[in-house]
Write a protein that binds this ligand. Structure first.
Ligand SMILES: [Zn+2]
Ligand SMILES: [Zn+2]
Length: 251
């Protein structure tokens, strides 16, 4: 009897520890993350909460709780209806970027995400990325390959400094766009009353996107710590207070 009571107490203590850490008790949230990412990579759509519940043979509220945990850990972003809105670099609605291979059509979550998709999805070596300039609505498209950056004089403009992206990640992604040129960025800032963020070339955007999401389709993926992110930005030639790495040299 004593043994069983001690065991029960140990289990309660363990459950309390888990609850404190915010971990999910009923299924493997990493498995749910992988299921969401794998379907997005393969088909360009996210599985519904009901589909995930059937797949893992658990109740819908348990899947919903797992998704909220994943959102808390910044692995994905849920919409008001509890469905996946962003699982970077994939989105489930228009964020300004269409991305296609010869077999799949995706929504890119932003300029960075759209350029990252051909690097992340296995079995494709390039993707067509299409968008419109937020200032003048001119259409732009590039064949984005994994080996060399696409040619083009257009510029990327990111509005939110990296330290503030997760204050409102949907707003941040909606404002990581590609413009015709500096003049269009200037026009758009003047019209919308926004402060200029960071403006940089397509080549730098491509370098930023090329390795950022590496490993995200694999089990056990861990997001970069801020210091690792700062070093990565510098390796893409992006240095300054906007990137949180003004102490580093670009390479
Ligand atoms: Zn994004
Ligand atoms: Zn323009």
């Amino acid at each position: 009897m004593l043994g069983i009571a001690a065991y029960d107490l140990a289990m309660v203590a363990k459950a309390r520890r888990s609850a404190k850490k915010g971990t999910w008790m009923h299924a493997d949230s990493e498995a749910v993350r992988l299921a969401v990412y794998q379907q997005l990579a393969e088909r360009g759509t996210a599985p519904s909460t009901v589909t995930l519940a059937e797949q893992f043979n658990v109740a819908v509220p348990d899947v919903a709780a797992a998704l909220r945990d994943l959102e808390h850990e910044r692995h994905l972003v849920l919409g008001g209806d509890g469905a996946v809105e962003l699982a970077h670099p994939f989105a489930t609605r228009d964020f300004g970027f269409a991305v296609k291979s010869d077999r799949t059509l995706w929504w890119g979550g932003c300029a960075w995400d759209a350029f990252a998709i051909p690097h992340l999805v296995p079995g494709i070596s390039s993707a067509l990325v299409a968008t419109t300039c937020p200032a003048c609505s001119t259409a732009h498209a590039w064949n984005v390959h994994v080996d060399v950056p696409p040619p083009g004089e257009q510029v990327a403009h990111f509005l939110m400094p990296m330290a503030h992206v997760w204050d409102d990640v949907v707003h941040a992604c909606e404002h990581q766009r590609i413009f015709c040129d500096e003049a269009c960025v200037y026009d758009w800032l003047a019209r919308t009353g926004n402060e200029r963020g960071a403006v940089f070339s397509l080549e730098q955007l491509w370098r930023l996107a090329s390795g950022w999401y590496e490993g995200r389709l694999d089990r056990g993926y861990e997001r970069r710590e801020p210091a690792q992110a700062a070093a990565y930005f510098a390796s893409a030639g992006l240095v300054g207070p906007f990137w949180g790495n003004e102490d580093l040299q670009s390479t």
